[in-house]
Write a protein that binds this ligand. Structure first.
Ligand SMILES: [Zn+2]
Length: 431
């Protein structure tokens, strides 16, 4: 049987499937037809269809970023080295109040370019002007789970929630790879009554919930003083925690918090680099995994983390758990890759994160013919500890090549960079 003409065949020295058993083919081949993978295994040596030979490098599942505020790429480096609450109140919120939908569109597009170049195929976002986020993700060809950030209390917040629900429900019809979610910002910015209403609406309409919880010591103190509960317990009481809930950060957790997260089947979007840069500490990922909690990886917004490099996030996630336990064997490369792939896909409720026939054709190919990736004796180790975002040569989402041998195919990259610089200058007053 010869492959169909629409079949794309990609071969490489190594295929890292990302499955639970850690299966690797060396050499390997991945083939897809339309938006689905049709073959993953040793090279079959067939001809026909389009053939892409990566050569010295690896094909792996596309990476999944489960916590982002992509448009904040425009504010990259704008107010670094400040405390979280002061950073938000004195620097970020005043600029955000001036942001237009078009600013958010261009900022998100900039972030999408960085994600495409860094091997990210799907991201969960929470931000203002969510329609512009969805439009940018669609233009870039990325899979996106987009929530409008919700804050406050009373009739105004209620009206914003109603609009957000309508908007979220409408995304999929307009943007095929975009799913609408609800994004109550955090328990220190949303009233418990709003959280309850969000939980009701999410259940009623089958929408996912994306929320910040237990990020900083300051937050824990504030929420405890106001409500006598931890942020996780408050989220549980208000109905926010569930199988379709992404808990961003989850740094400061006690045993009861971990029990509630496990019981609810929520996903923790671990953001190791953001937590380090903002001095917030380290999530107890090993304790969460031991309790059965699904853990995924997130970058947080590029104004916090400064990059959207999930290879860096994987590496740092592994380092931190080793350090927390004082044991380099406590958390390995395979576990780090699982957070960035299968953990993320599960948290977002889509079938990606692994290379196997029938799975979405969401994949990445990196080239390893450079000093920092030579030799690559252990492919999983090379992916997690040595590969950099800039080694990505191909990024494929739903069968479409967004990055083709290092060239972005979806938008005019130079034009986006120029416009992003201009808008960032206007917003921050620092051209
Ligand atoms: Zn965040």
């Amino acid at each position: 049987m010869s492959p169909g003409h629409d079949e794309v065949v990609m071969t490489a020295e190594v295929v890292v499937t990302g499955d639970a058993a850690g299966t690797v083919y060396a050499p390997g081949e991945v083939a897809w037809s339309g938006d689905r993978l049709v073959y993953v295994g040793p090279p079959r040596g067939r001809t026909g269809g389009r053939r892409i030979a990566v050569g010295d490098g690896a094909i792996l599942p596309g990476l999944v970023n489960t916590h982002n505020h992509a448009a904040m790429a425009l504010l990259r480096g704008y107010a670094d080295d400040a405390r979280l609450m002061a950073w938000l109140r004195d620097h970020i919120w005043p600029v955000e109040a001036r942001m237009t939908a078009e600013d958010v569109y261009v900022g998100t597009l900039l972030a999408c370019l960085e994600m495409i170049r860094g091997g990210t195929v799907a991201f969960a976002d929470m931000y203002l002007h969510a329609d512009a986020v969805a439009r940018a993700a669609d233009a870039a060809g990325l899979r996106a789970f987009v929530a409008r950030g919700l804050v406050g209390d009373g009739p105004e917040a209620e009206a914003a929630l109603a609009r957000a629900v309508e908007e979220a429900r409408g995304f999929a019809a307009r943007y095929p790879l975009v799913e609408g979610w609800l994004g109550p910002h955090a328990p220190y910015t949303c009233s418990p009554a709003l959280l309850e209403r969000v939980a009701d609406q999410a259940r009623l309409h089958g929408l996912g919930i994306h929320i910040h919880l237990s990020e900083s010591v300051e937050e824990i103190r504030e929420v405890r003083a106001r409500y006598g509960l931890s942020p996780i317990a408050l989220a549980q009481r208000t109905g926010i925690l569930g199988e379709r809930t992404l808990v961003a950060h989850g740094v400061h957790l006690d045993a009861e918090d971990i029990r509630l997260l496990a019981e609810s089947r929520a996903t923790v979007a671990h953001c190791p680099v953001s937590n380090l840069k903002l001095g917030n500490g380290t999530a107890p990922v090993l304790d969460l995994l031991a309790a059965g909690v699904n853990v995924a990886l997130g970058s947080d917004g590029p104004a916090s983390t400064n990059t959207l490099d999930l290879f860096l996030e994987m590496r740092v996630a592994a380092w931190l758990q080793k350090t927390l336990r004082g044991d380099p064997a406590a958390f390995g490369a395979r576990q780090a890759l699982a957070l960035a792939t299968r953990g993320g896909a599960r948290g977002l409720g889509y079938a990606g994160g692994v290379l196997e026939p029938g799975a979405p054709a969401d994949l990445v190919a990196v080239r390893w013919s450079r000093p920092h990736t030579t030799p690559h004796t252990d492919p999983l180790s090379t992916v997690v500890y040595a590969t950099q975002a800039s080694d990505v040569r191909y990024t494929v989402v739903a069968g479409r090549l967004l990055l083709d041998d290092g060239r972005v195919t979806v938008v005019d990259e130079d034009a986006v960079l120029a416009e992003a610089r201009e808008r960032a200058g206007r917003l921050t007053g620092r051209p």
